[in-house]
Design a protein around this ligand. Structure first.
Ligand SMILES: Cc1cc2nc3c(=O)[nH]c(=O)nc-3n(C[C@H](O)[C@H](O)[C@H](O)COP(=O)(O)OP(=O)(O)OC[C@H]3O[C@@H](n4cnc5c(N)ncnc54)[C@H](O)[C@@H]3O)c2cc1C
Length: 431
C-alpha cells in the first residue's frame, strides 16, 4: 500500500510513523521548511524562543509514546506530583499540590488550603467535582452549554470559576469556562484530574520545541523509511492508496469538497510574551498568575541557551483581547504585571522583550463545536487527522497524536486483503 500524509505537525508525524510501521510505503508532504507544525522554535539574537509554551499531562499517553518513539522522552520534565505555585498581586500565593491519596481525594488537601477562595467556596468545590466526575462525556447535551453555566449551577461562585476552574480550563481548552463548551471543560477535569490521581502531573519541554518534535521527527521518519518532502504545499489531494490529511481545519476545508462546515470551528488565539532580565527574578520553574494578565509564567533560561540573567516566557491563552495590541502596549501591560508577581523584577533591567502571536492557535471550543468536528472517516481512501477532528479532546498535542494514529490505523485496516497476506508471509523472513 502506498500512503501520502499531508501535513507534518504532530498528527501527520504520528500517522506517517504508524503507517510505515504497518508496512505502508509512506511519503509525507509539508508546506513549511520544517516539521512540528504548531509547535516550533525560532532563534532571535542567539536565543531560542518557542512559538508558545507547551504543556502536557501524564495522561497524554499517546503523546508521551510518540516522544519515546522519537527518542526524546528524556528531553522533557514531568512532575512527580502535580504542583502549581499560584501567585497573586500583593504577594498572595498558594500551592495546588496533589497528595499521594487516590483520586479524587488527592486534591482535597490542596483545595482546603487554597487561600484564593473563601472557606465556603472551598467547601463547595468537592461536591461540584463529584458531580462533574459523574457526567457522561458522550452525552450530546454537554455540548449545548458553557462550562461556567454548569459550574454556577453547581454552587461555584464567579470568583471560584476565575481563581480555580479557569486556572486549568483556560490553558487546556484555550477559552475561559464562560465561553468553553461543558463537554470539553468536563473532559479536561475528568480525564486530567479526577479519574486517576497522577493523570494531571504536568510536563513540558526541557529543550526548544523544534528539537523536541520537528528535528527528532525528521530523524525518526528517515530511520523508518518515510520520504519527507518539506516546502511542498499541497493544493489538491494527491493520488495514493491512502491519503491522510493532517492539516489545520481551514486548510482541510479548502482541499476536501463537502467539508465546508469545519470552518465554523473558528480560532482561538494564544499570545506569548518573552522577557529577558539581567538577573534571576523568579524562583519557580513555572507559576500561575491570578488577577494578572500573566496567566502562566515559565522559566525558559536553560532551554533557550541564555548564559546570564533569566528568561521568562508568559503564556496567555484565549487571547482574543490581545490580538491587536502593539508591542509597546503589551510591554506597558506585562512588565508591571510581572513585577507585581515577582518583586525582584522591579529592580532588574529588561534586556529583551519579544512577543509571539498565534492567532489561529486552536479551534474555538465553544458549545456546538462537537457536531462540527469530523471523525476520521474514509472517503475513498481519504482519512482526516488533526487536533480539530473529533477526538473527544480539546485541541492539544494529545488530540493531534491520537487523531494521526486513528487515521493511520483506519487506513491500514482498509488495505487490500492480498497485501495483508503478502505481509504476513514476509514477516517471518524479516524476523
Ligand atoms: C502557541 C500555542 C500553544 C499551545 N499550547 C499547547 C499546550 O500547552 N498543550 C497542548 O497539548 N497543546 C497546545 N497547543 C496546541 C497544539 O500545539 C496543537 O493542537 C497541535 O500541535 C496540532 O497538531 P496538528 O498536527 O493537528 O496540526 P498542526 O501542528 O497545525 O500541523 C499541520 C501541518 O500541516 C501543514 N500544512 C498546512 N497546509 C498544508 C498544505 N496545503 N500542504 C502541506 N502541508 C500543509 C502545516 O504547515 C503544519 O505543519 C498550543 C498551540 C499553540 C499554537
Amino acid at each position: 500500500m502506498n500512503a501520502v500524509v499531508v501535513g507534518g505537525g504532530l498528527a501527520g508525524v504520528a500517522a506517517a510513523l504508524e503507517l510505515a510501521d504497518g508496512g505502508a510505503d509512506v511519503t509525507l508532504l509539508e508546506a513549511r521548511p520544517r516539521l512540528g507544525g504548531a509547535t516550533f522554535s525560532v532563534e532571535r539574537d542567539g536565543l531560542w524562543l518557542d512559538n508558545g509554551q507547551h504543556v502536557f499531562l501524564r495522561c497524554f499517553t499517546a503523546y508521551r509514546e510518540l516522544l519515546r518513539r522519537l527518542g526524546v522522552e528524556d528531553k522533557v520534565v514531568l512532575q512527580q506530583r502535580l504542583d502549581i505555585p499560584v501567585l497573586g498581586p500583593g504577594g498572595r500565593r498558594a500551592q495546588l499540590r496533589r497528595s499521594g491519596l487516590p483520586a479524587p481525594f488527592h486534591l482535597v488537601g490542596a483545595i482546603a488550603q487554597y487561600g484564593f477562595l473563601s472557606p465556603l467556596e472551598r467547601l463547595r468545590v468537592l461536591p461540584a467535582a463529584r458531580a462533574l466526575g459523574r457526567l457522561d462525556l458522550d452525552d450530546p447535551e454537554l455540548d449545548e452549554r458553557t462550562f461556567a453555566d454548569w459550574l454556577g449551577e453547581h454552587g461555584q461562585s464567579a470568583r471560584a470559576v476565575a481563581a480555580l476552574w479557569n486556572l486549568i480550563t483556560l490553558p487546556a481548552v484555550n477559552l475561559p469556562a464562560e465561553e468553553a463548551s461543558l463537554a470539553l471543560g468536563a473532559m479536561v477535569f475528568k480525564v486530567g484530574l479526577l479519574d486517576e490521581a497522577d493523570a494531571g502531573d504536568l510536563g513540558y519541554a526541557a529543550v526548544p520545541l523544534q528539537q523536541l518534535h520537528g528535528d527528532a521527527a525528521v530523524r525518526a521518519l528517515a530511520d523508518t523509511g518515510v520520504e519527507v518532502r518539506t516546502r511542498t504545499r499541497v493544493v489538491e489531494l494527491p493520488a495514493a492508496d491512502a491519503v491522510v490529511l493532517a492539516v489545520p481545519h481551514e486548510e482541510a476545508a479548502g482541499l476536501v469538497p463537502g467539508l465546508e462546515r469545519v470552518r465554523g470551528l473558528g480560532f482561538s488565539p494564544i499570545l506569548n510574551v518573552h522577557v529577558v532580565y539581567d538577573r534571576r527574578v523568579c524562583e519557580h520553574d513555572f507559576a500561575a498568575g491570578l488577577g494578572s494578565p500573566a496567566q502562566f509564567v515559565f522559566d525558559r533560561t536553560a532551554s533557550s541557551g541564555l548564559g546570564r540573567g533569566q528568561y521568562l516566557a508568559v503564556s496567555v491563552s484565549g487571547a482574543s483581547d490581545h490580538a491587536d495590541r502593539t508591542l509597546d502596549d503589551l510591554r506597558a501591560e506585562f512588565l508591571p504585571a510581572l513585577a507585581e508577581l515577582f518583586p525582584a523584577a522591579r529592580a532588574a533591567r529588561v534586556e529583551r522583550f519579544f512577543v509571539t502571536r498565534e492567532p489561529e492557535a486552536t479551534f474555538r471550543a465553544t458549545p456546538g463545536t462537537r457536531a462540527l468536528r469530523p471523525a476520521t472517516t474514509a472517503v475513498e481512501g481519504l482519512y482526516l487527522a488533526g487536533a480539530w477532528t473529533d477526538t473527544g479532546w480539546p485541541a492539544t498535542m494529545e488530540g493531534a497524536v491520537r487523531s494521526g494514529l486513528a487515521a493511520a490505523r483506519a487506513a491500514l485496516a482498509q488495505r487490500d486483503p492480498d497485501e495483508l497476506v503478502a505481509l504476513s508471509h514476509k514477516a517471518p523472513q524479516t524476523a
